[in-house]
Design a protein around this ligand. Structure first.
Ligand code: 4AD
Length: 433
């Protein structure tokens, strides 16, 4: 078979009445006596092939009967419009060339346990729901890049191997860099601050790593982050960019991925509500709200997943929690000038219990305060000398944030666990496949 002569399922729309050849896999089949219905997929789409015994030769009929789930084949057929089919088209099959009849395929339409599926992630990806999630993820990335590219941001790639930490030292991935110690990046932020001083508005998109010993439905060891950083932008403007950004991304997915969201079983009306502006509450107000809900959490302690969920339940769209205590937040966050015990930061909590999707802040721009923070956090001034230079040579107010891609995909797709949001998840106990 000349693969250059093939048509993809995506392209059959323009070929009604024509005979086409499609390279595909058999997802499943059913038969009613003298007709076989073949569920075909080529990765780009799905189509039903209808094979009538009276229309084909013995050989084709026999070939179809031998096909098992995930067998690979070339199907020749005439494209027909079929309003009852999800794609709107159907194929009247006239010929079949089998590439491989697959031995018993491990993933059948029956229910499988999660460990069974994760061990076979390389095959599980072929199922319609998993495929749809990957398509939505790709659209989210496209929308993210479109949002920033259209607003004058430049894409900058920070390094993956770093000599020091950004988000504390507890979950660093250590490695050797020849004779030196190095760590896989936890966040590109510090480098993006340098890039913002060169390019004004920048964003990065890349993998980040945290050796977190947390086995929760929101934690991955390797996850992808989008980190915008903006010179001459304060806390308030930072929040405005975030709410416009998230609304843009969600509405872009709603507009482009209806079919996939339906396959995944997502209630789209919940996503349609996601329009800026987003509600905001301070950490103090959040603590008060939690006390009213019966939580016994003293001021000065960080929120866990149950707290975030209780807060999110009060709102129909993402909610910002602002002005956290400086005591448990990162060293680089700028204190509120009117109340230095809290910082000009915000976490954005997704609705429906999906937790924190963004962490961001205005950064300290004063060199003296920054030096003081290095001491308080016991960070080596030598290791961060380059970062200090940003405060020494033309310091300016600046802000930025980091969006966790997998948590965003989990929320937009309505998934129970982040492990389904990335093709090959790295979780606490999983490095295979
Ligand atoms: O709140 P975080 O730790 O913020 C930073 O790293 C900042 N330096 C970002 C910045 O200002 N440029 O992480 C940002 C986001 C979280 O809100 C969450 O969505 C995601 O990254 N995240 C994780 N996602 C999956 N698995 C994990 N282990 C994650 N840790 C953080």
């Amino acid at each position: 078979m000349q693969t250059s002569n093939l048509t993809t399922i995506r392209d059959v729309a323009g070929k009604v009445g024509e005979t086409v050849v499609i390279g595909c896999w058999l997802q499943g089949k059913r038969s009613s006596g003298k007709i076989q219905f073949l569920k075909l997929r080529d990765g780009l789409g799905f189509i039903q092939g209808v094979l009538a015994k009276s229309d084909v030769d013995e050989e084709t009929w026999a070939a179809a009967q031998k096909l098992t789930q995930e067998s690979s084949l070339y199907v020749t057929g005439i494209v027909r419009e079929e309003p009852r089919s999800p794609s709107g088209y159907e194929l009247t099959v006239t010929g079949i060339q089998t590439i491989q009849v697959t031995e018993e395929y491990p993933i059948t339409p029956k229910e499988h346990g999660i460990d069974f599926l994760m061990d076979r992630r390389h095959l599980w990806l072929r199922s319609p729901k998993q495929r749809a999630i990957m398509v939505v993820r790709a659209q989210i990335i496209r929308a993210i890049q479109q949002f920033f590219d259209e607003r004058g941001f430049t894409l900058v790639d920070p390094p993956v191997l770093t000599p020091s930490s950004c988000e504390g030292t507890t979950n660093l991935f250590h490695t050797k860099y020849f004779d030196e110690d190095a760590y896989l990046t936890q966040s590109g932020q510090l480098y993006m601050e340098a890039a913002a001083m060169a390019l004004g508005k920048v964003y990065s998109f890349g993998p980040t790593f945290r050796a977190e010993k947390s086995k929760t439905r929101r934690h991955l060891i390797e996850f992808w982050m989008i980190e915008p950083e903006m010179a001459f932008v304060d806390h308030e403007q930072n929040l405005q960019v975030q709410e416009q950004f998230i609304s843009f991304v969600v509405q872009s997915v709603v507009a482009s991925c209806r079919t996939e969201l339906e396959t995944i079983g997502r209630d789209v009306s919940k996503l349609e509500q996601v329009q800026a502006p987003f509600p905001r509450i301070t950490y103090d107000e959040a603590i008060e709200l939690l006390h009213k809900e019966g939580f016994d959490l003293p001021w000065g302690e960080d929120f866990g997943a149950p707290h975030e969920t209780a807060i999110a339940e009060k709102f129909d769209r993402p909610v910002f929690i602002t002005h956290y205590p400086a005591s448990f937040k990162a060293f680089y966050m700028k204190p509120d000038p009117t109340r230095p015990e809290v910082v000009l930061c915000a976490d954005l909590i997704a609705p429906e219990g999906y937790g924190e999707i963004i962490g961001g802040s205005q950064r300290i721009d004063d060199p003296e305060l920054m030096a003081q923070r290095f001491q308080e956090h016991e960070l080596s001034e030598e290791a961060y000398a380059w970062y200090m230079d940003l405060r020494r040579y033309g310091t300016v107010p600046h802000s930025g944030f980091g969006l966790g891609l997998e948590r965003t995909v989990a929320w937009i797709c309505g998934l129970e666990h982040v492990r389904e949001t990335i093709a090959f998840p790295r979780t606490l106990y999983r490095l295979y496949p």
